[in-house]
Design a protein around this ligand. Structure first.
Ligand SMILES: [Zn+2]
Length: 304
């Protein structure tokens, strides 16, 4: 058996990414990987635990046995208790997923939260490498934040980091029922939805809105401008409260450097004395969750 091979599984609402990594070096190296549709039938936690075990079995049959597995899932996750508290997409509540996975997998299992694991990967080997305090903010269907403060991930039992649901001062209603949430104005899905509402034109996610804004469409520019202002307001709150050295922004929205520059200018203009966080684009893309899961699994091997 290779001493440093681990399995890493990132369970999403629609897709499960499974991979085997070689973890001898600082950065896990991908050995093999697969993407399959998330299978949900009967008990969602049972069905996910079963699917993860099957995928690990398939990968190890192809590349050889692994020493440990890291499994990360979305929603509210209490890693210390090993419990997946809640996921709207996967439909579980208070599922003892860590124990369920340990029963089904033949190797030690590290269990974690997808965004936190992605943030850990950006912190250790990605865009926030070398910083003591950082916030990782993936902007996708929703908006969350993974916080590393003075070198330690801050979790509060899985309840911290609801960055998408801070009030950034608008009147729109969020999916959570509150008004003013960052997510309701700045998530990729909010951009598409708001543009479609204004224009009657279909827009799925942020990309068509960005393209229309670049082409000079005033409705797209308005929607995008409000999203950037909301994000800047959120980041100013983070800066005042936690003073991260760097805020790493993920998701397709920031592949255009121009947008990052706009948010940076908006953030900086209203931070008269606070530390102005450096804004960086995420380095690891949608592999961040899997890389984080691999790092969690590799951490189990330290000292063994
Ligand atoms: Zn909300």
């Amino acid at each position: 058996m290779h001493p440093t091979l681990v399995a890493a599984i990132d369970v999403g609402g629609t897709t499960v990414k499974a991979a085997v990594y070689e973890t001898a070096g600082e950065r896990p190296e991908l050995v093999a990987g697969s993407r399959t549709a998330t299978e949900l039938s009967g008990s969602p936690a049972e069905s996910v635990a079963y699917q993860v075990a099957r995928l690990v079995g398939e990968l190890t049959a192809a590349v050889g046995p692994v020493r440990a597995a890291g499994v990360v899932v979305p929603g509210i996750v209490d890693e210390q208790a090993g419990i997946a508290r809640f996921s709207a997409n996967l439909g579980w509540r208070d599922a003892p997923l860590r124990d369920m996975l340990r029963e089904r997998l033949p190797v030690p299992v590290a269990f974690g939260h997808d965004v936190t694991a992605g943030g850990l990967a950006e912190y250790r080997i990605g865009a926030a490498r070398g910083c003591a305090s950082a916030a990782f903010v993936p902007v996708g269907t929703g908006i969350a934040a993974a916080l590393v403060l003075d070198g330690v991930p801050y979790r509060a039992g899985g309840l911290a980091g609801e960055f998408g649901h801070i009030d950034v001062g608008h009147a729109l209603t969020c999916g959570c029922g509150a008004t003013g949430c960052l997510e309701a104005i700045a998530s990729a899905s909010a951009l598409g939805r708001r543009y479609a509402e204004r224009t009657g034109l279909p827009a799925e996610g942020s990309l068509p809105v960005i393209e229309a804004a670049v082409a000079g469409d005033p409705d797209a520019e308005q929607v995008l401008g409000e999203a950037m202002a909301g994000l800047a307001q959120g980041i100013r709150i983070l800066a005042s409260l936690l003073a991260p050295e760097v805020v790493v922004l993920g998701g397709g929205l920031f592949s255009a450097e121009g947008l990052l520059g706009r948010v940076r200018a908006l953030v900086d203009e209203k931070l008269p004395f606070q530390r102005k966080p450096e804004l960086r684009v995420a380095a690891l893309g949608d592999e961040a969750g899997c890389l984080g899961a691999a790092l969690l699994a590799a951490d189990l091997l330290v000292g063994t």
